[in-house]
Design a protein around this ligand. Structure first.
Ligand SMILES: Cc1cc2nc3c(=O)[nH]c(=O)nc-3n(C[C@H](O)[C@H](O)[C@H](O)COP(=O)(O)O)c2cc1C
Length: 277
């Protein structure tokens, strides 16, 4: 057996877990960083063990190393450990228990307030700040920073789950964390040691999401049917009931009720100092 064989086998297994055995993409380069990324899974049950000293700072260093639009650095992160604040944040997020259970909870903030303060201090009106574009820049920055932290955490043997449900009530979150105008918590992140790491959740085949030169949908229906089968089996194995991806999408965005308050998000953001022009 040559020295490349174990890596090649690991790669095939990782791609099979990510896409299913029938949709493994053609061979390409591979290394430990990529293997780590393909092993990602969200974790919703944590052991009580604390994260080691200095881990928070390492995760933030990874976050700070992400690209940031025009180097504006329009994100911040609030580390929350106070049980009363965690309980209130869990309440905002429809009672998700892992928020109270994880040893480290991070709220990622799309933060235009720092640049607004810069403008005020310099006596300059930042004409671009009230525009939707500036919010989008900040939200993209926050997401890239957070995802770098996730990759770093997973490389250290920690697990995570994002908590978009904080957007159920961004005004309450801002109040709990003392956010200034122009700063909004766009999602949370639980960090800790998994009680049960669970399985890698398969994704849509590359043929659905990867387009060459022009966007195409010819095979999408057949690909969705195949993915429904894959995800139904995954869900059944992972005690979520035999739910297809099609049913999941419909349940998640088919009704305003399922938005759990986020149908008011644009108005709430305006109240937090984002005009979204
Ligand atoms: C921005 C964002 C918000 C999310 N919000 C939640 C959430 O509130 N609760 C939750 O349990 N999972 C949440 N997730 C995790 C997704 O459900 C999960 O990533 C998806 O089902 C794919 O599963 P995987 O991460 O295990 O591969 C969120 C993910 C993202 C990227």
């Amino acid at each position: 057996m040559d020295s490349l064989t174990p890596t090649a086998a690991g790669k095939t297994e990782a791609l099979a877990a990510r896409y299913g055995r029938d949709a493994i993409p053609p061979a390409g380069p591979w290394n430990e960083t990529i293997a780590g990324m393909l092993g990602h899974r969200s974790v919703r049950a944590y052991r009580p063990d604390p994260v080691p000293e200095g881990t928070l700072e390492t995760l933030v260093a990874a976050a700070s190393s992400a690209a940031t639009s025009s180097n504006l650095q329009t994100w911040s992160v609030v580390a929350v450990r106070d049980p009363a604040t965690l309980a209130a944040l869990a309440e905002v997020a429809s009672g998700q228990k892992h928020i109270r259970q994880c040893p480290l909870f991070l709220v990622w903030v799309a933060d235009l307030s720092r640049n607004a303060r810069l403008g005020e201090a310099e006596g300059v009106t930042l004409e671009g700040l009230p525009y939707f574009e500036s919010f989008l820049v900040a939200a993209v920055d926050a997401a890239l920073a957070a995802q770098n932290a996730v990759v770093a955490a997973e490389s250290l043997g920690l697990s995570t789950v994002y908590i978009g449900a904080l957007r159920n009530d961004v005004e309450r979150v801002a109040g709990l964390l003392g956010l200034p105008p122009g700063a909004v918590g766009v999602f949370g992140l639980c960090v800790g040691y998994a009680a049960n790491p669970g399985e890698v959740k398969p994704r849509l085949p590359q043929a659905t999401v990867l387009h060459h030169e022009r966007y195409g949908t010819d095979a999408e229906a057949a690909q969705r049917a195949a993915y429904d089968d894959l995800l139904r089996d995954f869900s059944a194995r992972n005690e979520m009931g035999p739910e297809t991806w099609t049913r999941r999408v419909i349940n998640r965005i088919g009704t305003l009720k399922a938005m759990a308050g986020r149908d008011r998000l644009a108005a709430a953001m305006r109240a937090l100092g984002f005009p979204l022009r």
